[in-house]
Design a protein. Sequence first.
Length: 126
Amino acid sequence: MNSIITEKAPGAIGPYSQAIEANGLVYTSGQLPIDPGTGAFAPGGIQEQTHQSLKNIKAILEAAGTGMHKIIKTTVYLSDMSNFAAMNEVYAQYFQAPYPARSAVAVKDLPKAALVEIEVIATKDK
């Protein structure tokens, strides 16, 4: 088991790793829409926050030696399900068929009052 760490994504805000690699899979922790350069949320609404969360995931996967095209499962947490369509518009820009499996749920609150948090499982298969 290996911990994945990159400065191109926000550091952990608690006792957890940005991602863990085990048995050819990479499991990311939930990625908030924090810009690693500023430490603040991406300015704007749900679409800008979705872009930033996915950019963070991309950076972590690249640090692990894989990429967005190797994602097999995503979980999207939304603070409000009314943001689903706008999130989905941005999300669709990051993936192509065959699309990863996905769960999308609304939760009562997200850390730091984020609008979205996304976690993924990716493979390192060739």
